[in-house]
Design a binder for this molecule. Sequence first.
Ligand code: TZP
Ligand code: MG
Length: 236
Amino acid sequence: MSWWKCRHEETIAKRLIRLTILPLKLPKLYPITDARLTGLSHAEQIARLSDGGATFVQLREKHLAPGEFYREAEAALKIARARGVRLIINDRADIALALRADGVHLGQDDLPPEAARRLLGDSAIIGFSTHTVEQARAAAHLPVNYIAIGPVFQTSSKENPDPVIGLDGLRRVRAEIGGMHLIAIGGIAHLNIRDTLQAGADSVAMIDSLLAGNPLEIAARIAAFLDTLENKENLS
Ligand code: TZP
Ligand code: MG
């Protein structure tokens, strides 16, 4: 088979796979848990985030062994289900599958999105992290429900972050990925949220701005962000 025919068939196959993925509406605010920052279990964080109005949360755990990760995620999913919160597991499609979580968030070095889609099925939510315009362009052809791009701004929540892409990078990504849901991540705060949405992000993912500081204030913090996002004129 010629190289061109082979590439052409591959492209058609990829498009067909993408067509089986139903578009879903994701909220504008995407909180991510961090046990070290808060000193709280993931379950407790989800309860507090949900108290403030969060409906969609990513469980991110970079330090536990798989068995402990699994048990933390199991407890977190129980709370999420009881409160009607959709829960996405960072990194681990196997844990998402075992627990029947709502989906998985994959990085460039995790299980490839096509493989995770085969494991989890068409109804799972699969998100994919990208850090450059080129990675985002390639991700737009993958069987994923959303693309995350970042860090948009400086962040201290990620070890060894990729270079900051800035608002210009975010605009370029928006222009490259058509209608794919785009989540901006990295250093998002009240100060830059308006510019981030205007540059083309559909949602904003946050750790520090929601979770740093007194854990008793998590619910109030998220409620304030939701209020800001619902009343765009408040965005400063
Ligand atoms: N990926 C890119 S930046 C980042 C991740 C997981 C961390 C975002 O955290 P923060 O505190 O909102 O900057
Ligand atoms: Mg990962």
